[in-house]
Design a protein around this ligand. Structure first.
Ligand code: AMP
Length: 114
């Protein structure tokens, strides 16, 4: 989508530190990491958020989750554990309106969800 930050990253117009990529999904390091491992996993196709996903996006969403697991494996945090977070809308403080998963690991997380 025109002007979307993550669409521009997926298109290579804005640089990112790529961790994983396939035909449908891109994973790259968060610019302001909240944990030793903090990777964002996005569908290359623009989807604003979970509320915006359509039936035709089902395969893409499944790939997104599988890619998050693959990233955790690649980053060596499967045994120690990791958290997958997806913020949706203002109360959740979603700042980039392009669906994404945060893969966080490498430190013990606090008990709360965020
Ligand atoms: P959210 O607040 O859940 O929408 O997450 C958006 C995330 O994108 C934040 O954790 C930001 O630090 C991250 N971010 C913003 N711009 C960039 C960028 N150019 N490259 C990598 N991560 C970014």
């Amino acid at each position: 989508m025109n002007g979307c930050l993550f669409c521009r990253i997926a298109a290579g117009e804005i640089p990112s530190t790529k961790v994983y990529e396939d035909e449908h999904v891109l994973a790259f390091r968060d610019i302001a990491p909240q944990a030793p491992v903090h990777v964002l996993v996005i569908p290359k196709k623009h989807v604003s958020g979970w509320y915006d996903a359509q039936g035709e996006d089902d395969a893409s969403l499944a790939r997104l989750m599988r890619a998050a697991a693959k990233v955790a494996q690649m980053e060596g945090i499967v045994q120690s554990g990791f958290r997958v977070v997806s913020n949706c809308g203002p109360d959740a403080q979603q700042t980039v309106p392009h669906l994404h998963l945060h893969v966080l690991g490498g430190r013990a997380m606090a008990g709360e969800m965020a």
